[in-house]
Design a protein around this ligand. Structure first.
Ligand code: GLP
Length: 256
C-alpha cells in the first residue's frame, strides 16, 4: 500500500491524472474504472486540462448506480459519469459502461456487468473515493469482502450525505447496484483519492485500522497494487505519516 499526501484537492487531481497518463502512454491502461462523488472530480478536471492520450480507445466502467432512477435523471450515475467523465475526458460514449440500475431484470444486472468487465479484459486502474462510513463504491459497512456486483441498501448516513444532490432527502434512492469488494479487488491497480477533514477518520481506518467489513475500504490492505492519494486534511489522523512521506521521497522512478 502506498500513501501519498499532497497539499490540497487540486494536487490530488494532478498527481492521479499524471499516473493515469503515464500508464496510458506505457500501454498498460486500456480499461479505466471510474467513480462518482466529489472526490475524483479534481482528477477528471486535471485530465481534461492535460488531455487524455487516445481517448477514443479508452474503455471505462463505473462502480455503481442508484436503483430505480431513470438514466436521464440528472443525479443518476449515468448522467453524472456522462458529465464528469465521458465529456471531460473525450471518451467514446459507446466505451463507457455504468451498472443498469433501471433494468427490468435487475436481479441479473449484476452478473451481466461482471461479464462485461471480464469481456473488456478487466479493469487496469480503478479510481475510488471513500464515503464517511468507509464505503467504497456503495459497499456499505458489513459488505462481504469478496462480494460481486449486486444490489445493496444504502445506510441512512450515505443517504444523508448524498441528499445534497437532490431536491429533498426523501428523493435519495434506498437501493443501489454496486460493484462488490471482490470485483474492485480484481482491478490490477487501485488508486483511492480523498480530500477534506470529513474523510480523515475513514482514511485512517482504511489504511491503518484492522481489515474489517466494518470499514470496507480496509480490504485494500489485501491489494497488491493499491495507493491512497490524499490531501493534508484527509491525512490528519494517520499515525505513520513520516514514514509515508519518507517512502515517497525515496521512491525509485520505476515505482511511479
Ligand atoms: C458515493 C459514491 C462513492 C463515493 C462516495 C463519497 O457514495 N457511491 O463511490 O466514494 O459517495 O462521495 P464524495 O467523494 O462526494 O465524498
Amino acid at each position: 500500500m502506498q500513501v501519498i499526501v499532497v497539499e490540497n484537492a487540486q494536487a490530488v487531481g494532478e498527481y492521479v491524472a499524471d499516473t493515469i497518463i503515464r500508464r496510458i502512454e506505457k500501454g498498460v491502461l486500456k480499461v479505466l474504472g471510474v467513480a462518482t462523488g466529489s472526490s475524483p472530480v479534481p482528477v477528471y478536471e486535471a485530465l481534461e486540462r492535460r488531455g487524455v492520450p487516445s481517448p477514443q480507445t479508452l474503455k471505462a466502467f463505473a462502480l455503481d448506480e442508484y436503483v430505480g432512477l431513470p438514466k436521464a435523471h440528472p443525479e443518476s450515475y449515468h448522467s453524472v459519469i456522462e458529465r464528469d467523465v465521458t465529456r471531460r475526458l473525450g471518451l467514446d460514449p459507446a466505451n463507457v459502461r455504468v451498472p443498469e440500475g433501471d433494468s427490468d431484470d435487475i436481479e441479473h444486472a449484476g452478473a451481466r456487468y461482471e461479464q462485461a468487465i471480464r469481456e473488456a479484459g478487466g479493469v487496469d486502474l480503478q479510481i475510488l473515493g471513500i464515503g464517511a462510513t468507509g464505503h467504497i463504491g456503495f459497499n456499505e459497512p458489513t459488505s462481504s469482502l469478496s462480494s460481486r456486483t449486486r444490489i445493496k441498501t444504502l445506510t441512512p448516513q450515505t443517504r444523508k450525505d448524498n441528499a445534497r444532490f437532490f431536491d429533498s432527502p426523501d428523493e435519495v434512492p434506498q437501493h443501489c447496484l454496486t460493484q462488490g469488494l471482490g470485483t474492485i479487488m480484481d482491478a490490477r491497480e487501485v488508486v483511492l483519492v480523498a480530500h477534506g477533514a470529513s474523510k480523515a477518520d475513514a482514511v485512517a481506518a482504511a489504511i491503518e485500522g484492522p481489515v474489517s467489513s466494518m470499514c470496507p475500504g480496509s480490504v485494500l490492505q489485501f491489494h497488491e497494487n493499491a495507493s491512497f492519494v490524499v490531501d493534508e486534511a484527509a491525512a490528519a489522523k494517520l499515525t505513520l505519516r513520516e514514514y509515508y512521506d519518507f517512502t515517497v521521497q525515496n521512491r525509485p522512478e520505476w515505482q511511479r
